[in-house]
Design a binder for this molecule. Structure first.
Ligand code: DOR
Ligand code: ZN
Length: 349
């Protein structure tokens, strides 16, 4: 049994850091481990311009604990009215690495999202031309579609036509949750990839109702059946470069989760890499963790792989029931559970 593993420092290709006073409490967990992260733009109001992204980036850098190195990679929030000129500005800026498509109404702060793909043909064409990836929240919002089917229906109705209409567009299907999405990405043309979260690898939908309703296990896309979880585990540990790490760590305060209408989002940055390591180990695939966590994402985005490294040691620890989050607290993924791996050190040389 391995007791120590050293990896090229990983990156998180899908992360929510929030804003304001609570942001410092979120980013500290990511900067502890990850070298870079693709930062989601679903703030209130959303990050829609390159200037918004630059300003948000500065606020993130200002919130970093001294002595940490962490590079926020910024994204724009696509709307029905995103001008083509904004896409060009984003690429020229060097700080924006992707554009996020939220179908309007699909999830937290998505009201300003895209109402129909037909409305964003021009910005998508320019993104394809300039090599700027589209990051997709892949769920339809039609109330007639069962919540658990929204991703699979999105693949058919929206993603398949989109992939064809823009044959050069780089597309990340974010936080895939179904066997259908895995199969879609595996057989799609070049330039179509997916991120996989630790919570979708660890839990199936029973977890939301284990002994009662568990609001801290509610996220979007919602957890699915066990057969889907198994497909995700197989994809993540397959060694295929189309699947890579994106935590979707999405902190909400305990009060906003434990409510009559609780928010969607699972906070995982406190133990994400450690939990991925546990999952890969259980599959006998620890030797594939580094590529999933540290290589495939950077390669897809056309960025250099990190040059620093991180060492995990086998040293079981118990996840606290809460972490500070602004004025309140956040209940983390795997609260109270024992995690087998612990980060020993980051070597920045
Ligand atoms: O569960 C989720 N939380 N899914 C999302 O798509 C958004 C995220 C958030 O921002 O809280
Ligand atoms: Zn997200």
């Amino acid at each position: 049994m391995m007791s120590r593993i050293t990896l090229t420092r990983p990156d998180d290709w899908h992360l929510h850091l929030r804003d304001g006073a609570a942001m410092a409490d979120a980013v500290v967990h990511s900067a502890r481990v990850f070298g870079r992260a693709i930062v989601m733009p679903n703030l209130k109001p959303p990050v829609v311009t390159t200037d918004d992204a630059r300003a948000y980036r500065s606020r993130i850098l200002a919130a970093l604990p001294s002595g940490t190195t962490f590079e926020p990679l910024m994204t724009l929030y696509l709307t029905d009215r995103t001008p083509v000129a904004e896409i060009r500005r984003a690429v020229d800026s060097g700080v924006v690495q992707g554009v996020k498509l939220y179908p309007a109404g699909a999830t937290t702060n998505s009201d300003a999202g895209v109402t129909s793909i037909a409305r964003v043909g021009e910005p998508l064409a320019v993104m394809a031309e300039l090599g700027l990836p589209l990051l997709v929240h892949g769920e339809v919002t039609d109330p007639d579609i069962d919540l658990f089917d929204r991703e699979a229906v999105f693949l058919e109705r929206v993603l398949a036509p989109l992939v064809e209409a823009h044959p050069r567009l780089k597309i990340v299907m974010e936080h895939v949750t179904t066997a259908e999405a895995v199969a879609f990405v595996e057989s799609a043309r070049d330039g179509v990839v997916a991120t996989i979260t630790p919570h979708h690898l660890l839990m199936n939908r029973n977890a939301i109702f284990e002994g009662g309703i568990r609001p801290h296990r509610y996220c979007l896309p919602v957890l699915k059946r066990e057969r889907h979880r198994l497909a995700l585990v197989a994809a993540a540990t397959s060694g295929k470069s189309r699947f890579f790490l994106g935590t979707d760590s999405a902190p909400h305060t305990v009060e906003t989760k434990e409510a009559s209408c609780g928010c969607a989002g699972i906070f995982s940055a406190h133990a994400a890499l450690e939990l991925y390591a546990q999952i890969f180990e259980a599959e006998g695939a620890l030797d594939r963790l580094q590529a999933f966590a540290s290589f495939f994402g950077a390669d897809f985005y056309g960025l250099q792989r990190n040059t620093d490294s991180i060492t995990l040691v086998r040293n079981p620890w118990r996840v606290p029931s809460a972490y500070r989050f602004g004025e309140g607290s956040v209940s983390p993924l795997a609260a109270g559970d024992t995690v087998m791996w612990q980060v020993e050190e980051i070597d920045t040389h």
